[in-house]
Write a protein that binds this ligand. Structure first.
Ligand SMILES: [Zn+2]
Length: 228
């Protein structure tokens, strides 16, 4: 055990011993509770929006805790690889809170399903959030339907079925096609596909052991909007 660990663990022990009421650190150490994920994530996003983020204040202690005692992330997040959509920042979460899969266009595949099955079965993850975002290049590529080089058609082909029945994008105030309806349809589609692929996750959801959420992130405002 290095000196940093000793100092932080000693400090944490003293803090916890000094008060029986949970401190901010202690409360977050317990993770985000089942049934409170949406509320907790929304609150974190509000802190992010107003520059009142708190996670940095407990990150060092959380590193020590999770390194020493293991992880038990509460929420699995499937979101885009887009550099503007880092879930830990957007939701003001700490190390050990989120079990994250990021793919262009927040597409799901067998490895995604397996990742969340592992999170649920082995780590105690109780909620899955699929989050798309505005101005998504992958969704735009799928809507445009233009040929892409290399392996890029792999994610595009996984988005295309989500767009069935959608009207042609309207032109927004900025003169650009509004891809938000397509991105929302893709979020719902990927969640549906994920559950269809995983008997374990579907069973858990039906038994009330797993909650699922959909959301859209606005890259212009930083705001998360949960979908019904
Ligand atoms: Zn994207």
């Amino acid at each position: 055990m290095n000196l940093l660990k000793i100092v932080v663990l000693s400090s944490l022990t003293l803090v916890l011993a000094a008060c029986n009421t949970p401190s901010t650190v202690a409360a977050r150490t317990d993770g985000i509770k089942f049934g409170e994920a949406k509320q907790d994530l929304a609150a974190g996003n509000q802190r992010y929006l107003v520059g009142g983020m708190q996670s940095h204040t407990w990150q060092a202690e959380r590193v020590i805790q999770t390194g020493e005692f293991g992880q038990s992330p509460s929420i699995g997040v499937l979101t885009c690889a887009d550099s503007r959509t880092p879930p830990e920042l957007i939701f003001d979460c700490g190390v050990g809170d989120l079990f994250v899969v990021r793919m262009a266009g927040n597409v799901e595949d067998p490895a995604t399903a397996g990742t969340f099955e592992y999170g649920f079965a082995a780590l105690g993850m109780h909620t899955i959030l699929v989050m798309g975002h505005t101005k998504c290049g992958a969704v735009t590529a799928a809507v445009d339907g233009q040929p892409l080089p290399g392996n890029m058609p792999a994610f595009m082909d996984m988005i295309t079925p989500a767009l069935a029945g959608l009207a042609k994008p309207t032109i927004g105030p900025d003169g650009m096609p509004n891809m938000t309806p397509a991105a929302e349809a893709n979020v719902r589609w990927q969640l549906k596909q994920l559950l269809a692929r995983s008997a374990m996750l579907t069973k858990a959801q039906k038994e009330g052991k797993l909650a699922v959420l959909c959301a859209m992130y606005d890259v212009d405002t930083g705001e998360v909007r949960f979908l019904d």
